[in-house]
Design a protein around this ligand. Sequence first.
Ligand code: NAG
Ligand code: NAG
Length: 384
Amino acid sequence: MKPLGMAPRRAARWLACLAVPSLFLQQGLLSFTRGSPGWTPLAPSPPPLPSPPVPSPPRPSPPPRPAPRLPSPTPTPAEVVDLDATYPPEPHAWWESPTPPPWLLRLHAQMGGLQRVQARLHQTWKDEEPPRRLFARRWRQALRDANPGWDYRLWTDADNRKLIASRYPWFLRAYDRYATPIQRSDAARYFIAHAYGGVYADLDIECFRPFEPLVRPGVSLLLSYKQAHNFSRGACNSIFGSAAGHPFWEVVFDVLRNRSAITPRGHNDVLFTTGPAVLREAVRRLLRLPPSTQITSSMLAHLREHLGVWVLDAKYLHPVTAERRKEDSRDQLPPEAVCTHHFVSSWVAHDSSKHAVTEKRRWEGHAMAATEGHGQPLRTVNDW
Ligand SMILES: *[C@@H]1O[C@H](CO)[C@@H](O)[C@H](O)[C@H]1NC(C)=O
Ligand SMILES: *[C@@H]1O[C@H](CO)[C@@H](O)[C@H](O)[C@H]1NC(C)=O
């Protein structure tokens, strides 16, 4: 099946740096192909509906059917964040004004100066035994060897939940309610970064140089482009660094809350609700840009100057794209490369037959989402 007009190569590219993607192998996206509860925009806590039979869409497009309204229990505060009201877009480019806007001064005060990224490494897996058939033990070891003296912690699902329950209890209901494990894994890492600071890296990332030159003074948050220096696909959440308590994460939490009641109908919705699109939206809100403004590198330069947020070119942390992974020999990496990504994922798995199966299911999930859309167009990557 042609995946909705998108060349597989291109799809692989923008899917390239997703979070612990192999979770999909275990439990994640497979659930999309079972009973998808239908598109219930921002309806809190829907009990799963029995999945309706999937009709072939009549052509031309069917008259829009109203989305089923589910009884809405009183929304909890975790579900109500009006982003426009909380981060009102600035009508003009605030960085051109001679005086900093009041919200920026408040952020500075809150940060108490630009803190450095803590010397801590975080990884997560559902339990304490990341399967060796997926993740070479030496990748984990290399991360630690390259950063001697840094603390290391492998967070399990239970640890993640405990952190949220104890320090961010207002988010627990939304966290528990996420439809897929990958959403919980995505969200948890942002809370870890806020609570402890340090560098988070997925288990399929191998690093061979220290983070030290990247997490230098003046850098309090380190994000990266997924490709070259183009923000159109969001910021990678498979590896990033942060000072503990960086106000960026509070914006991320607000974006998570704003999107937490969306039930994903397909992979793009996962990206949208918890993945790289959340980081991108948080950057946009931090810059007080009007919704869906394209974020340019000159805007990001202001973010770096004012808030210590550095967005790295992909060549540092993601020097190869998923489809080029097989050619990935060390001497072909750019000299700036600190890490490389092995893309142990459901769609680029080591096991090509597994890859084919999960890839097929993934696109079936998309196709199903398209026909189940109740008049809602399928969310495409450009709608993030
Ligand atoms: C999310 O933010 C948008 C933009 O401000 C707003 O229109 C929408 O109502 C918000 N949703 C929730 C659930 O807070
Ligand atoms: C980024 O990529 C998108 C789509 O791949 C493209 O439309 C856009 O022009 C690119 N932006 C820059 C700054 O290269």
